[in-house]
Ligand binder design. Structure first.
Ligand SMILES: *Cc1c(COP(=O)(O)O)cnc(C)c1O
Length: 321
């Protein structure tokens, strides 16, 4: 079997050129309160303020902007009930590419409406009886659509790596960097940028405790598959790492940490009350893990990727109120 070709930091640099002027260069925020609590200097990269409310716009736009003319004409297909759906839909709209998004019948109405609002065609399926990957592949085969997966694609990984590239450019090298982990697109892209721009950084991926397949995989050396985990961190509800993301994580990441859901709720409250930011539970994984490390961060320069802010207000109130 031939090894898949892994993306490199050069691909992250090329992605940064493609998304320039399309993705927001999100702010890096600080808080004296949290710095005093941890005895460290923390830098929050606020991807909750990215277009569509999460970093996924970067990878999607980088991937779609490399379609050839036949691919552009036929269109793109993606399966997602979450942030990848909106990222692909908006990228497609900006690039004039038709988009089909496969979503579960019981997806939140607001997410379906947002995806349609970006001009995408939404195809629904029954998540208990139908296989979304099969539906996506059938649509791709029948109509010649290009399937863009949420994390295991070199252009997606390279696009996600632009988050950390911007962070290091703005604040310089870091002692620690904490990154939410689902399928590993964000973490593997971050790893490429980190090893190029701040090689001595201790780089941690952070998962919800209930869905620690990444930690199991990282520590055992083989991709572990789990059932869809029960966690409020819906952006990290993945069942396994990718064939491209896993070898990059193995090579470039220091460890994978886990956080219980209750701690994510605490950090949603912290971000709202102290930093005036709406964050989704998955976006809080990094800060929750940093706090758990306690004294080892004393006097250190610490980066936190706040990966997204998409949560309905009633849900936010229910969790954080
Ligand atoms: C998708 C997502 C993640 C996880 O990203 P992966 O690339 O799948 O590891 C984390 N946070 C948010 C807000 C997301 O949408």
């Amino acid at each position: 079997m031939t090894e898949p070709k892994l993306p490199t930091y050069d691909d992250v640099v090329a992605a940064a050129g493609r998304i320039a002027g399309q993705a927001h260069r999100t702010p890096v925020l600080t808080s004296r309160t949290v710095d005093e609590q941890l005895g460290a200097r923390l830098y929050f990269k606020a991807e909750n303020l990215q277009r569509t409310g999460a970093f996924k716009f970067r990878g999607a736009f980088n991937a779609l902007s490399q379609f050839d003319s036949a691919q552009r004409e036929a269109g793109v297909v993606a399966f997602s009930s979450g942030n990848h759906a909106q990222a692909v839909a908006l990228s497609a709209q900006l690039l004039g590419i038709p988009a089909t998004i496969v979503m579960p019948l019981d997806a939140p109405a607001a997410k379906v409406a947002a995806t349609r609002g970006y001009g995408a065609t939404v195809v629904t399926y029954d998540r208990y009886t139908e296989d979304r990957e099969q539906i996506g592949r059938d649509l791709a085969a029948r109509h010649g659509l290009t399937l863009i997966p949420p994390y295991d694609h070199p252009h997606v990984i390279a696009g996600q790596g632009t988050v950390a590239k911007e962070l290091f450019e703005e604040v310089g090298e870091l002692d620690y960097l904490f990154v939410p982990l689902g399928g590993g697109g964000l973490l593997s892209g971050t790893a490429l940028a980190t090893r190029a721009l701040s090689p001595k950084t201790r780089l941690y991926g952070v998962e919800p405790e209930a869905g620690n397949d990444g930690q199991q995989s990282f520590r055992s050396g083989a991709i572990v598959h789990i059932d869809t985990p029960k966690t409020i961190a819906d952006g990290a509800q993945t069942q396994h790492l990718g064939k491209l993301t896993f070898p990059i994580l193995q090579r470039d990441v220091d460890d994978i940490l886990t956080v219980p859901d209750a701690r994510l709720v605490d950090e949603m409250r912290f971000f709202a009350s102290r930093m005036k930011m709406i964050t989704e539970p998955t976006g809080c994984l990094g800060l929750a893990a940093a706090r758990a490390l306690g004294d080892s961060l004393h006097g250190k320069k610490v980066g936190i990727i706040v990966s997204g802010g998409n949560v309905d207000l009633p849900r936010f109130a229910e969790l954080a109120g």
